[in-house]
Design a protein around this ligand. Structure first.
Ligand code: HEC
Length: 227
């Protein structure tokens, strides 16, 4: 009799606990998707190349992006003053002999200058391919989407010039709407593939933001150790 009572009580406890667990799971499942803290002021189109439009929603980030126009300072790590590296260390003329870098090799400036600076360098000649624009413009994600990597690279630098109006900007690294990090440059993704596991850059992949963040972290770290 005593044993039966214990079994009934234990069974009751298990049923109550199981019921509570199911209730918690159902409750969690029915929660609304997390929302941004603040409603965006403007809707940003997918792959919007104009950073000033993103700037309406993100004035802090945009204002620091604008600072890349005039923060031309020289630091231990190279900085962003466009001094001639060839004048700075003429041994480079020998090291790069025969390569375009022996013609002109200036320290790079900030993102806001990327388009002007690549167009102004003597390394570009008539037969240069559009590939040299790959890391220089926020119009690229849209163009890769339309042309594919091969179509893009098949064009000449001069043919691509009229299609590009914006230097590196928000669309190179962020997905409009969610602001999450995405790898937009197909060559960059191809280069990373054999090195680290990387999710698809398409928004469908839950892993893409993580791997994109890892990739960008790697780039930043590499950039900082270079001198
Ligand atoms: C070269 C790549 C790159 C460009 C260009 C870029 N970002 Fe970012 N952005 C990042 C990275 C990397 C982070 C840090 C993400 C993290 O720490 O999770 C970030 C973070 C942010 C965040 C903070 C997100 C958060 O969770 O708090 C905002 C907002 C943002 N960027 C807006 C912009 C805007 C607006 C522009 C254009 C003016 C821009 N970014 C251009 C790479 C970039």
């Amino acid at each position: 009799m005593k044993r039966n009572a214990t079994i009934i009580i234990l069974t009751g406890i298990i049923v109550i606990l199981a019921g509570a667990l199911i209730a918690v799971l159902v409750y969690m499942r029915n929660q609304p998707a997390p929302q941004r803290g603040i409603e965006p002021l403007v809707e940003i189109a997918a792959m919007e190349p104009d950073s000033s439009i993103w700037g309406t929603n993100f004035p802090n980030e945009y204002s620091t992006w604008l600072m890349t126009r005039n923060n031309n300072t020289r630091t231990n790590y190279g900085g962003s003053e466009p001094f001639s590296r060839l004048e700075d260390d003429p041994r480079l003329l020998t090291l790069f002999a025969g390569y375009p870098f022996s013609k002109e090799y200036n320290e790079e400036r900030g993102h806001a200058w990327s388009l002007e600076d690549v167009q102004g360098t003597q390394r570009i000649i008539e037969t240069t391919h559009a590939t040299c624009y790959s890391c220089k413009s926020s119009d690229n994600p849209r163009l890769w989407d339309e042309l594919g990597l091969q179509g893009y690279d098949a064009m000449l630098f001069s043919e691509m010039t009229p299609h590009l109006n914006n230097p590196i900007g928000c669309a190179n690294c962020h997905e409009a709407g969610t602001q999450r990090l995405v790898v937009t440059n197909p060559s960059f993704e191809n280069a990373l593939m054999p090195r680290i596991w990387i999710g698809s850059p398409s928004p469908a992949s839950k892993c893409a933001p993580l791997s994109a963040a890892t990739a960008m972290w790697s780039i930043t770290s590499l950039g900082m150790t270079r001198s």
